[in-house]
Design a protein around this ligand. Sequence first.
Ligand SMILES: [Zn+2]
Length: 499
Amino acid sequence: MSFYVTTPIYYVNAAPHLGHAYTTIGADILARHMRQRGEDVFFLTGTDEHGEPVVQAAEREGITPRELGDANAPRFRELMDRAGVSNDFFIRTTDPEHEARVQEILQRVNDNGHVYPGTYEGWYCPRCADFKTDTELGPDNTCPIHGIPLDWQQEENYFFRLSTFQEPLEQLYAERPDFVLPQARFNEALAFIRGGLADVSLSRAKITWGVPVPWDPSQVFYVWFDALLNYVTALTYARPGEDLIARYWPPSFQLIGKDILKFHAVYWPALLMAAGYDVPRHLFVHGFLLMQGEKMSKSLGNVLDPLAVIERFGADALRYYCFRDVSFGQDGSVSTADFETRYETELANELGNLASRTLAMVERYRGGVVPDAGVDPEPAADFDGLVGLVRDRLDRADLTAALDEIWQRVRRLNRYVEERAPWQLARSDDRADELDLTLRSLAEGLRVVTVLLYPYIPGTAERLLQALGQPGLELEGARFGARGGGARVAGIPPLFPKP
Ligand SMILES: [Zn+2]
């Protein structure tokens, strides 16, 4: 099976921040998990470099929009690299291959009769690069997202006949109750559709920074249509000489933030229908990580800057925290102080100490070789069905619930160490069998949780599995007792040291 996962492409008009890391790491966790299942995965992220916000940001800096893109796109790539993100391709909408393919596809949409010239007027937010409908306006004609007063603008441009897709979209939502997840976002998108769809501008006359309309080069395509099509165009040139559309289309999961729901849940499927493509299987809409501000850590201040966190605590700590505290799909508060508490109590103590104790006891009591004994049925019972539970949750992109299932077993193993107290068993020779069983079960449990944690904390998991002498990452191997004893372990430095 193929699994195609995407993030939104990020505007290059600002530096990368936690929100970008959040979505991209979320997609990375799904991609890594699916690779563990043996799926044929393609994972796409990139940058959105056209449109008015980019032009305005470039003007402020006294450079051209292209120069701004060239300066900022590498900063997004750097954040992805440092966050351990395993994307297969990084698209920039200024790639000539993307631009050519956008023209081709939208020419086809025009040829199919979905486009007409007209006059548009309305309240326009230059920072959203979007006209606001009456229901989307803030008080006194402001942008509800940016809080700025909007301009009443009028221009001649080309329209996409979105209104003619009202019925097909309602039918799509009726047939596919998991088209948009979570449920609340599905309801929100459907309500928007049922509220009546007006045709939307497909092009802009006032700006020149964009992809020219092939049948009228005095206009450029409205940045949203250019940007949305990246999910298609990337597959046509990500691997030179190969067209990956047949292999990966439609996307399995498209992750987006709740602020761009309308574009992805309404415009996007309509555009795909107009161009003759299948719509994605699932859109997953996540909430925002809100900074609390008043709770401040000594080393990080009060801003959870992803690069600063990675610098001091490592990428895996950031990856873990983003999906542990706040349920993926909901809004929630994060703070540097909460981050440090989770780092210390969960990563360093619960997982880090479990690992170092287990490895040290196998070394001390059994010469560094995991006993070739059976597994203890008691902890084994608490791992029954765990792989299926994690799979089910991740099939719905519920990253937080899956992580919680795994973490409950990390805690179970810590209780197991206390219950069995191997250091006491080691004192009497006639309890050698019990000690064998305990050490083997501990090492096996640790291996299982580590394989399952791999998508969240890949660097740490690989080091730990190596130290356990069991480097296999396949999800099938994550059943308790799936691997035999006899592996040689190695000591490792603390997994989550004090920074
Ligand atoms: Zn706005």
